[in-house]
Write a protein that binds this ligand. Structure first.
Ligand SMILES: *Cc1c(COP(=O)(O)O)cnc(C)c1O
Length: 835
């Protein structure tokens, strides 16, 4: 089956290829290497880096060529269809690598193996040449990428819209234990996975002012004049479905202006200034903002948001008008925009503007259409992470949009007044404008008012939105709110990244799990089969070896594969509590110093993740992790019991090596703070056991794995709220011998002998009654749960059984399930019939 495309004895497939003007893959590879790329050397067993880079590019083009016909065909089929279509608007798409994904989805593994064999190399090596497309910070951006994968898998008519950042998520390296950021110029060797569509360029307005004029019917209308315009040029990336003749599109916008255009539009005094203005425009798509959960107020960021939204809406509207003329009566029924957090919330006023100012609709018609096609996903419970934009900035940058937002608000406040007559306080609380000396627009409220659906991303998260952050809105419109628990694609996060397990699963439960993960349930009966458990463990061991090699290459630290691999990788943030993890390591270190090692299991502790460059506390946590690791790894007493590393530059392609090798997954956020988490799901699929709090999707992971197969600890969300009324961490510390000791190890300068006071900010935070993350409150329970982990690990049979049951219970966490729910409950879309 896997050879059908190139098997010369299969004449039908051969004809297929020929009709596309394609040769077999080995010939295509050679042609692209020597003709398309003009490579001069005869590559034979050559392993030099330059040759490998050529091979990567040639192979990527050859594979992409195989996608293009289906891609064109899917695009036409979608355009021809009268069914509703969905546009996923996101400032972030954390895609990672595309080559191996395309090879897997096209079933080209054998052909690629054959093609590369002639050059004496393997796919694994060549694939490693690809730069990650790191157009996202963390979970939110990776979710968008998993969702697009699932939409293609389910053949849904969905287009992703984003920004083609010239520089993606920064590259992190460590100097003297501290994070240093380097720019990520991921496009420097070209990007074979994009096709520029200059013919679909859009024009985006900024600045200027609003004036009134009389239209042909003598009606006074507003218009946006004297704006400084920027061009949005689309670059399309293919999103292949899994062996299903579907290739959807991710359209990424690049900001640009032509010199010709500049000279006319910028009205510049002289030629050099006009040419320099080109740079101004191109700044907009220059760099991804590296803040995972917050950062507000930067003009350039608001420009990016509006740029994405306006270009994408114009794109959709132009295709609509081509087909339906100026009749927008069914536009809302036939189109749906899913807003990935509030970042694209300008879509609400921008669609109003386009419908009214550019297409002549009246307010009521335009509002009817807009609120029929906008849907908003919330991603955070941290109040400080809710986006607000100053009215002053808005009125300068997007004057026409501000007028529309004011009008939306005036009409909305009448609805509030009907529900709560005369309640001034309620008006103030719910207004889209936060009043004060420096009034701000509350983007989440704008998104809620303008959307027909508002969803959270895990059961607990949605509950907390309804009862907390958005309580009033939930009272007003209870039926708008719904939950869609996140998921991840098993094609990347199990099948591709864990080939050993993939083969075992295919053999045990059949291949159906690759597009229907509920089938993985059939694994459960094998959990008690001793021979099966041994094979399970062997696969994990091979994956641990692969990770140990990578860790050694990146850090010089040797991980012992007989130790337990205990892993926490995610953005560095106080609420995720990497500090709690470090405190446990210090506890183990202290026990080792005292010779109290009974029942201790040897561990390799790996922590990785990026800190936002301006987030001082998070960067200090990185420093602490590195300094504790340095002391631990240098101590001969620890040698047989404990290793620790900070894994630098954590990203999608490193997670593909890390999650299959992990035995213990650390999901230890303060309850009520992590909206969902998706890293937790990748680990579960790959048979890691979770130590975690009752937070986000951990709750559902525990339900699906069985509570006896999950290491629970800590306060729940309600208990955290209760505790904060009277939290006294210093009393907890002094009442607990272990905690007293580990704090004294930390505070006596064991890890910072030459830099006293270095970590005072962190220890002060831990000891503060106002510590929002109540780390000390959960420490005892965490240490005890870790002791249970250790005890369980010593019983290999039990551990493997639990591991198998975690994988067997992970069916719920496929993003295919999540997307089916979006499609049914929110989007109301069905699969496009194949050609
Ligand atoms: C899955 C993933 C995340 C999200 O991890 P959480 O633990 O849910 O925060 C972040 N970054 C990368 C590279 C990922 O693959």
């Amino acid at each position: 089956m896997s050879n059908t495309l190139t098997d010369p004895t299969d004449s039908a497939s051969h004809d297929d290829l020929e009709s596309l003007g394609l040769l077999d893959l080995p010939s295509e590879l050679k042609r692209h290497l020597t003709i398309t790329l003009g490579h001069r050397n005869d590559i034979q067993r050559s392993q030099n880096e330059s040759d490998q880079r050529y091979l990567y590019r040639a192979l990527a083009i050859a594979v992409r060529d195989r996608l293009v016909p289906t891609w064109q065909e899917t695009w036409s089929r979608m355009n021809a269809s009268d069914d509703r279509k969905v546009y996923y608007l996101s400032l972030e798409f954390l895609i990672g690598r595309s080559l191996t994904n395309a090879i897997q989805n096209l079933d080209l593994d054998d052909d690629v193996h054959e093609a590369l064999h002639r050059y004496g190399t393997e796919l694994e090596q060549i694939a490693d040449r690809e730069h990650d497309a790191g157009l996202g910070n963390g979970g939110l951006g990776r979710l968008a990428a998993c969702f697009l994968d699932s939409c293609s898998n389910l053949q849904l008519p969905v287009i992703g819209y984003g920004i083609r950042y010239e520089y993606g998520m920064f590259h992190q390296h460590i100097e003297h234990g501290r994070q240093v950021e380097d720019p990520d110029h991921w496009l420097r060797d070209g990007n074979p996975w994009e096709i520029e569509r200059a013919e679909n360029t859009r024009r985006i307005r900024f600045y200027g002012r609003v004036e009134n004029y009389y239209d042909d019917k003598g009606t006074m209308r507003p218009r946006w004049v004297e704006s400084h315009d920027v061009l949005a040029v689309p670059f399309d990336m293919p999103i292949p479905g899994y062996r299903n003749e579907t290739v959807n599109t991710l359209r990424l916008w690049k900001a640009s202006t032509t010199d010709v255009f500049n000279l006319r539009e910028f009205n510049a005094g002289s030629y050099p200034e006009a040419v320099a203005a080109k740079n101004d425009a191109e700044q907009i798509s220059m760099v991804l903002y590296p803040n995972d959960a917050s950062e507000n107020g930067k003009e350039l960021r608001l420009k990016q948001q509006y740029f994405l939204v306006s270009a994408s809406l114009q794109d959709v509207i132009e295709r609509w008008v081509e087909k339906n003329g100026e009749d927008f009566s069914e536009f809302g029924q036939k189109n749906c925009f899913q807003l990935n957090d509030t970042h694209p919330a300008c879509a609400v006023p921008e669609l109003m503007r386009l419908l009214m100012d550019e297409h002549g609709l009246e307010w009521d018609e335009a509002w009817e259409v807009t609120t029929r096609c906008m849907a908003y996903t919330n991603h955070t419970l941290l109040p400080e992470a809710l986006e607000r934009w100053s009215v002053g900035l808005f009125s300068r940058l997007l004057p026409r949009l501000l007028d529309i937002i004011y009008e939306i608000n005036a009409r909305f406040l009448k609805v509030v007044d009907q529900q709560w007559p005369g309640d001034i306080e309620m008006r103030r609380e719910m207004s889209l404008i936060e009043e004060g000396d420096n009034p701000h627009i509350r983007m989440a409220y704008l998104a809620i008012v303008g959307s027909f659906s508002v969803n959270g991303v895990a059961g607990l998260h949605t509950q907390l939105l309804e009862s907390g952050l958005f309580k009033n809105f939930h009272t007003l419109w209870p039926r708008k709110f719904n939950n869609k628990t996140n998921g991840v694609t098993q094609r990347r996060w199990l099948s591709h990244c864990n080939p050993g397990l993939r083969e075992l699963l295919n053999e045990t439960v059949g291949e159906g799990w690759q597009n229907d993960l509920t089938k993985i349930r059939d694994l459960a009966p094998h959990a008690t089969d001793a021979a099966f458990r041994d094979r399970w463990q062997d696969i994990k061991l091979a994956n641990k070896k692969r990770l140990a090699d990578l860790v050694f290459k990146n850090t010089g630290v040797q991980f012992d594969t007989s130790f337990m691999f205990d892993v926490q990788v995610k953005r560095i943030h106080e609420y995720k509590r990497q500090l709690l993890n470090v405190l446990h390591v210090i506890h183990l270190y202290d026990r080792i110093q005292r010779g109290d090692t009974a029942g201790m299991v040897p561990r390799c502790v790996l922590i990785g993740g990026k800190a936002a460059p301006g987030y001082h506390v998070a960067k200090l946590i990185v420093k602490l992790i590195n300094d504790v690791a340095g002391v631990v790894n240098a101590d001969p007493k620890c040698h047989d019991l404990l290793k620790m590393v900070f894994f630098p530059n954590y990203r999608v392609s490193s997670m593909e090596i890390i999650c299959p090798a992990t035995e213990l997954s650390e999901q230890i956020s303060t309850a009520g703070k992590e909206a969902s988490g998706t890293g937790n799901m990748k680990f579960m699929m790959n048979g890691s056991l979770t130590i975690g709090t009752l937070d986000g999707a951990n709750i559902e992971i525990r339900e699906n794995a069985g509570e006896e197969n999950f290491f629970l600890f800590g306060l729940d969300a309600e208990e955290v709220t209760e505790l904060k009324k009277d939290y006294r961490p210093n009393e907890i510390i002094s009442a607990d011998e272990d905690i007293t000791r580990l704090m004294s190890v930390l505070e006596s300068g064991t890890f910072n002998p030459t830099n006293p006071g270095l970590f005072d900010l962190l220890t002060g935070g831990l000891r503060s009654p106002h510590d929002p993350w109540v780390t000390i409150a959960d420490l005892r329970s965490y240490i005890d749960a870790q002791a249970t982990v250790a005890k369980t690990y010593l019983d290999k049979d039990r551990w493997n059984e639990m591991s198998i049951l975690n994988t067997a219970g992970s069916g719920w966490f496929s993003s295919d399930r999540t997307i089916q729910q979006y499609a049914q409950d929110i989007w109301d879309v069905r699969a496009l019939p194949s050609k």
